[in-house]
Design a protein around this ligand. Structure first.
Ligand code: FRU
Length: 463
């Protein structure tokens, strides 16, 4: 799906979701409704800055071929006039419910947020129903990003929101409902004792989500204000998970380590949903970055900026969250070539829409993969370190992220698109995403000390 200004872009993505034009940020309202997948996303159709957010809308039968529809929700009412902010979707009694935050800027410049909902019978035309409840006392205006789900045992709907306390600490609050209309405030998701387990709170939590994977509940969130610690938390804001337990309306933090979901440069605001096969999938926004850097991104001059990640399947194994490329993406494969790699190897593909699956024969020695001239994936066997580096378009300097692996590296899967790379390490034990902007000739090369086999698929795309 290549349309809008992206069609003529030097950095076009072939199989990633991009805006038609303007700015895309968070994935919103992800759901399979009446057999059709819906991906909504934060969209400023009027420019490449963070204002005038509406819900862009795409549908698909297979998560691979997308049809772009008119935006589902646009600012129009007193409660969302300056932005229809992020939120989620559920289905009840054949109706699609969208929950979102209305952003309002008053005449004196002060800002207010409202938690709102809208419904639709066909998933295309939505009726807005306005705010669901009063702003909860004790929190600043930074209360947003409703996530709604149903608890079978309690026969109860839950709604959680990212929030900021009056003393500017990040947190999550929850509400419950029997009918998705009348909501009862439950207070903070985590008690002060639970929150005290966290090494860092940050000043605001955005986009909270809860998912159960192999009987393990996982709380996913995007905390702002987490300080960098050696190789961790290096981006402006993080997306991370905590393992948690729930007993009736009590949420407990099981393992308080703030584990980042992605080791790359601009992964943010992920959201989960269930696919037709019952798998838990996740999309995220690529990418969050300081505004002064964002506004120099090379696509800005072309009138668009940002994209979503590919959909990833989530599982919980060996005490950790794993992410693998969604199985559905295998239908993008056009041609397949298998090579043995040894010492030095390179290809000059026609298009940079590629899936690369590399399997090393034994525990890997040192190696380097290079994408075009600017982007490298380097493995240092001695300390089981994977270093991902790219040339930063703003500083014009190389920058890197380091992944410390527990096991030797045996499998590497790369999803390369016109200007993006997603690296899946050892069956999804670690993932790193990045954008790269490089006009040099198409090229993929390997340089290493051990042998392996690489399968390259050219992926369907128009570039
Ligand atoms: C996260 C976020 C959300 C908000 C939306 C506005 O990137 O800041 O908290 O709802 O983006 O576009």
């Amino acid at each position: 799906m290549l349309d809008g200004v992206v069609k003529s872009s030097k950095y076009a993505s072939s199989y990633h979701i991009t805006p038609l034009e303007g700015l895309l940020n968070d994935p919103n309202g992800l759901i399979c409704f009446k057999g059709i997948y819906h991906v909504f996303y934060q969209w400023n159709a009027t420019g490449t800055t963070h204002e005038n957010k509406s819900w862009g809308h795409l549908i698909s039968k297979d998560l691979v071929n997308w049809e772009r529809l008119a935006p589902a929700l646009v600012p129009s009412e007193y409660y969302d006039k300056n932005g229809v902010y992020s939120g989620t979707a559920v289905e009840k009694d054949n109706l699609l419910y969208l929950f979102y935050t209305g952003n309002v800027i008053n005449e004196d410049g002060s800002k207010v947020s409202y938690q709102c909902y809208a419904t639709s019978e066909d998933g295309i035309v939505f009726e807005k129903h306005g705010p669901m409840f009063e702003h909860p006392p004790g929190y600043t205006r930074h209360v947003r990003d409703p996530k709604v789900w149903f608890e079978e045992e309690e026969q109860l709907w839950y709604l959680i929101l990212g929030a900021q306390t009056e003393d500017e600490m990040g947190t999550a609050i929850y509400y419950t409902s029997r009918d998705l209309k009348e909501w009862t405030f439950g207070g903070e998701m985590f008690s002060p004792e639970e929150l005290a387990k966290l090494s860092q709170r940050g000043f605001m939590w955005e986009c909270p989500d809860i998912v159960t994977l192999n009987n393990q509940r996982v709380f996913i969130y995007s905390p702002q204000g987490i300080e960098a610690q050696s190789n961790r938390y290096l981006n402006i804001y993080q997306s991370a998970y905590l393992t948690i337990k729930k007993n009736q309306q009590t949420f407990m933090i099981e393992h308080p380590e703030i584990v980042e979901l992605d080791h790359g440069f601009e992964f943010y605001a992920p959201q989960t949903f269930v696919d037709k096969n019952g798998n838990q999938l996740m999309f995220a926004w690529m990418g969050v970055m300081p505004p002064e850097v964002e506004q120099t991104q090379p696509t800005i001059a072309e009138g668009w900026v940002h994209q979503l990640t590919i959909p990833r399947v989530l599982t919980f194994e060996n005490g950790k969250l794993y992410q693998r490329p969604a199985q559905q993406l295998s239908t993008l494969r056009q041609s397949k070539q298998v090579f043995s790699i040894e010492n030095k190897w390179e290809i000059k593909p026609k298009s940079m829409a590629l899936e690369v699956d590399a399997i090393f024969e034994e525990a890997s020695g040192d190696f380097e993969w290079k994408i075009k001239e600017s982007t490298q994936i380097t493995y240092q066997q001695k300390n089981k370190r994977l270093v991902i580096s790219r040339l930063n378009w703003f500083t014009k300097l190389p920058e890197q992220r380091i992944i410390e692996l527990e096991d030797d590296l045996k499998v590497l899967r790369l999803f390369i698109d016109g200007s993006s790379l997603e690296v899946f390490v050892n069956e999804g034990e670690a993932v790193a995403s990045l954008r790269y902007f490089d006009n040099s000739n198409n090229r993929l090369s390997y340089h290493g000390t051990n042998q392996g086999q690489v399968t390259i698929y050219e992926l369907k795309g128009e570039k």
